[in-house]
Structures are given as C-alpha cells and as structure tokens.
Design a binder for this molecule. Structure first.
Ligand code: XMP
Length: 326
C-alpha cells in the first residue's frame, strides 16, 4: 500500500544507488513527467544533475517562465537554457504541411538538445567529472505500450522529450517507470512543484507549431498564445478544468472571413476551440461546455486579439477527428 511519501523515499534511494557520484543530465519540456522525474533526481543527487530546457518558442503563454523561474525556484535545480526560438522559426519558414512541420520540429529539437548537451558535458569535463546518466520521464503505461507513445504513432509522427537521444553514451534513469499519471502528479505536488506544471493538461511536443494551420510565424504565434491564454483562463475561472481532458486552441491562419467591428469591415482569421473529454486520448468526445462560457471565450478572443474576428467550436469526436488539427 503505497503513499506518495513512500514513492519519493524509495525512488530517491534507488536513484542514489544507480547514479553514485556521477553527473546526470535531464531534458525538461515544460510538462509534468520530465519535471517530476527531474525533481526526484535533484532530490536524490542535488547538483550532480543538470537540466536542459530547449525553448523552441512553441510553448504557450507563461510556460517557459514556469520552467526557467518557478521550477528552478521550487527545486533549486541547475538549469541550462537554450534559447532556440530563431532556429525553429527559420526551419519552419514557408512550411505548411503538417507531417513536414512535425519532422522539422523533431529534427531541430534533437539538434538543439545535442548542442546543449555538448555544453553540459564540456562543463563537467572542465571539473574533471563525467556525465554518465540521462533521465527520462517514462511512465508505466509507456512501458506497457512499449513504443506506442501516446498511441497515435502510426497516424502522426509523435515527438516528445521522452523520445529523445537514442545515444547509448548514457545509461537511463527512469524514476517514473512504475507510476501512473495521477501518481506522478501526486509525487510532483509532494515535491513542491508549481501547480501549473503539476496540473498541466497534455500538450504535444511540437507545441503551437501544429496548432497554426498554415505557416508558423512569430506574429501568428503571438496571436495564438494570447487567444489560448484567454481560453484557458476562462475555463479555469468557470471551475471546469477537470471537465476537459485538454482544450487545444487552433489558429486557422490560412483562412480569412469578413467581419464587422466598430465602424469598420474586418477581414480576419477564425480561432477554433477544441475542448475534448477523454480517458486516454485514444478516443475522445467533444466537451459539452456551458454555452455562456463558450460565448465569453469567443467574445473576449475576438475583442482582445487583433486579427481574429471569429470563434468556432469543433464538435467532432475522435474518431473520426483527431484531438489536434495537425
Ligand atoms: P491526436 O491529435 O493524435 O492526439 O488525437 C492524441 C494525444 O497526443 C497528443 N499529441 C502529442 N503528444 N507529441 C506528444 O507528446 C506529439 O507529437 C503529439 N501529437 C499529439 C495530443 O495533444 C493528444 O493529447
């Protein structure tokens, strides 16, 4: 009969036994799994751990700060930040095909991570130390599905930090291997991680890059980030975070429609709201959110986000739709 305290103690012991006095590296994505895995390793071996955060510029509003500021404050972890927004924007320039976007983001992510990894290895070497271990936030369901990822690998090429370097220069440390998602969240809370990280809904590795239908540009990212933040804030304010599995907000950047605002005609983009209910993301249904909440989200986004003049609700189940639009 496991309590969260037991899990933490047991994993801390195991990590110490496995790692000894070697250095450890861990990639952070902004998500709950990598954060909790890193926090456990930090608890076990302190400054032997260096975390790497590749900021690809495709996260939502506030998420990079949650990693760089709040996670560091909560854990005291040593963090190496790679600001790679430019790299991803230029690699994605002119690209509209969803699979091509996914492949580019996955490829650039590995390159950026490897560059950051080199810097961490060099730093350790300068201190006469060797980095021998890589932390992965693999959960029990991932182990069971083995290679299945989140289950849709054959339909879309999935990318996440958990699927990173196959580089066998490192031995893996996988402190979440026996845990389910709800246990991981409980361990994260026990370790004092920020609520935004512990309670974060699933978010795809390619991030907002696959929620802009059309080319990904800096302006479009800024616009989508604002719209997404408004939608999330209203869902939370309505007390309905637990009613939805996740709620992608999608910018139809290649579509424009005519509207009217103030005295003028507008020709702007639609924003799609995709709230879904699900157990495991393999199947999903669209969430029946209260219509006054939907109206509030649509009103606020069309009023507050320049360039958006229409709010659209996605009422497709999965199948036949997928949760994400790309
Ligand atoms: P779909 O769109 O296939 O998504 O119904 C199923 C679940 O997987 C998430 N998703 C991803 N997660 N890397 C991830 O880590 C990815 O490349 C990726 N693509 C989709 C999606 O948000 C949903 O929870």
């Amino acid at each position: 009969n496991w309590t969260t305290g037991n899990i933490v103690e047991e994993q801390v012991e195991r990590i110490r036994a496995q790692v000894g006095t070697s250095r450890v590296i861990c990639g952070l994505s902004g998500g709950v799994d990598s954060a909790v895995a890193a926090a456990l390793v930090q608890r076990a071996v302190g400054d032997q751990l260096t975390c790497v955060f590749v900021d690809h510029g495709l996260l939502r509003e506030g998420e990079a700060e949650q990693v760089e500021r709040d996670f560091v404050a909560a854990t005291g972890v040593k963090l190496h930040v790679a600001n790679e927004q430019e790299r991803f924007l230029s690699a994605l320039s002119g690209v509209t095909d969803p699979e091509t976007k996914r492949k580019i983001i996955g490829r650039e992510f590995i390159r950026a991570f490897e560059a950051a990894e080199k810097a961490v290895l060099a730093e350790a070497a300068a201190e006469g130390e060797q980095v021998k271990f890589l932390v992965q936030g693999t959960l029990y369901p991932d182990v069971v599905e083995s290679g299945g990822g989140e289950g849709a690998a054959n339909i879309k090429s999935h990318h996440n930090v958990g699927g990173l370097p196959e580089d066998l220069q490192f031995e893996l440390v996988e402190p979440l291997r026996t845990l389910f998602k709800d246990e991981v969240r409980a361990v994260g809370a026990q370790l004092g991680l920020p609520a935004e990280i512990v309670g974060r809904q699933p978010f795809p590795g390619p991030g907002l890059g696959i929620r802009i239908i059309g080319e990904v540009t800096e302006d479009r990212l800024a616009l989508l980030r604002r719209a997404d933040a408004i939608a999330r804030a209203e869902l939370t304010a309505a007390g309905l975070d637990n009613e939805v599995w996740q709620m992608p907000v999608v910018l139809l950047a290649d579509v424009r429609s005519v509207g009217v605002q103030g005295d003028g005609r507008t020709y702007g983009h639609p924003i799609v709201l995709r709230p879904v209910s699900s157990e495991d993301a393999m199947t999903a249904d669209w969430s029946r959110l209260p219509s006054d909440l939907l109206a509030r989200i649509s009103n606020r986004i069309t009023n507050e986000v320049d360039g958006v003049n229409r709010g659209v609700l996605d009422v497709t189940s999965k199948p036949p739709g997928t949760i994400e639009w790309e």
